[in-house]
Design a protein around this ligand. Structure first.
Ligand code: FNR
Length: 379
């Protein structure tokens, strides 16, 4: 299949993956209304076209948390990325490093911290969930620190898991799930050979290292379900703030009041996110939630945004709405599933190209020039 745009990777991934994996990444919570709005609200943002501004030497780089990024883009933490390509987290991290942007390893990755961090020549970011098992949280933080991680992404929008109804239909969960997954794997031989056979162990690398025993997909779902902590509050995060020397980003903010609380807490940044529409369906899209949050924060900490970013033009839109940088989730996993490391690198190249065109035609010479004045509503 010919890949000419960032959007092409989704269909390529759909063809290659067993359906349970495609729908796990592609789906959202409940009726998927927020998932749909994330994409459409962002795509509907109109920019002001400006001409004859002499935008030749464009600077797409940003400084974020003491790091230089060649694009204002970060690969988001996505659990089970290693099921989408052989040792998928390593491949995605290498692609990100080759293009000068950070990769964020999920708590529930297939490849453990110790496998991914040494494979790249820039520090990766690490994402931590709030879990009942505080011993696990402590030990994983120590391991991340030992592996050279500086930036911690603390995800707070999963005190309970959102129901993703597609998963029961696709075989990710539901009746006879294991048999259905086996049948799907056999009918997708390219995936079965590359990931199913050669990509083992299919394990939650960070968790099994802690529990001291291998964990499979069923354990993943069981362990996570038993470990969410709905009682969590800002106070419970204080020990992490004290234990972590580097930048700490709170991911999963959708309301200006929570953004202010994150500031009071002492966060270095937030990610305006609804978890890609996978948690509470019906909440605001991030394109809608972002402007009042950026307004409330007033530049006192970094504001990142995700959920719905599918291409380079979307990055420019998100920045115009007030973000300092974006995270991409599904977009990079589709590319990884389709063509591994090379696919993710190609995706980032396509993002860059689209950003360059958008900046040239809006008169922005650098990322700092991309602000609300670029929105058509300000014309
Ligand atoms: C996620 N996301 C996520 N977030 C997180 O903090 N830890 C995690 O382990 C995961 N796992 C995960 C799995 C899958 C399959 C998806 C699609 C997403 C959320 C992710 O970091 C990010 O917020 C969204 O993916 C952003 O939305 P888009 O870019 O996918 O629209």
């Amino acid at each position: 299949m010919i890949i000419s745009s960032p959007g092409d990777f989704r269909e390529a991934a759909r063809r290659k993956l067993p359906p349970f994996l495609f729908h796990y990444i592609d789906g959202g919570a409940y009726a998927e209304r927020t998932l749909g709005r994330n994409v459409s609200d962002l795509a509907d943002i109109a920019l002001r076209q400006r001409v004859l501004k002499g935008s030749e030497d464009l600077d797409l780089s940003v400084d974020l948390f003491g790091e230089k990024l060649s694009l204002p883009v970060v690969l988001a933490p996505v659990g089970l990325t290693g099921m989408y390509a052989r040792r998928g987290e390593v491949q995605a991290a290498k692609a990100a490093a080759s293009r000068g942007v950070p990769f964020t390893l999920s708590t529930v990755s297939v490849c453990p911290i110790e496998e991914v961090a040494p494979a790249i020549d820039r520090p990766m970011w690490f994402q931590l969930y709030v879990l009942r098992d505080r011993g696990f949280m402590k030990s994983v933080l120590e391991r991340a620190k030992a592996a050279g991680v500086k930036t911690l992404v603390f995800t707070v929008d999963m005190p309970v898991p959102g129901a993703r109804y597609r998963d029961a239909h696709s075989g990710m969960s539901g009746p006879n799930a294991e048999i259905r997954r086996m049948v799907q794997a056999m009918t997708h031989p390219a995936w079965a050979w590359d990931v199913g056979l050669r990509g083992t162990p299919h394990d939650l690398g960070n968790v099994s290292a802690y529990l001291g025993k291998p964990t499979g997909l069923a354990d993943y779902i069981g362990w996570l379900a038993g470990n969410f902590d709905p009682s969590i509050s800002w106070k419970d995060l204080e020990w992490i703030r004290d234990a972590w020397d580097g930048p700490m980003i709170i991911k999963g903010i959708l309301d200006p009041e929570d953004a202010k609380d994150a500031l009071t807490f002492g966060a270095d940044g937030i990610v305006v996110s609804n978890h890609g529409g996978r948690q509470l369906d019906g909440v605001l899209s991030t394109a809608t939630a972002l402007p009042p949050i950026a307004e409330a924060v007033q530049g006192r900490m970094k504001v990142l945004m995700d959920s719905g970013v599918r291409n380079g033009l979307d990055v420019v839109r998100a920045l115009a709405l007030g973000a300092d940088a974006v995270l991409i989730g599904r977009a990079f996993v589709y590319a990884l599933a389709a063509h591994g490391q090379a696919g993710v690198a190609q995706l980032l190249d396509l993002f860059e190209k689209e950003m360059r065109v958008a900046m040239t035609l809006t008169g922005a010479k650098s990322v700092a020039d991309i602000d609300r004045s670029m929105l058509a509503e300000h014309a």
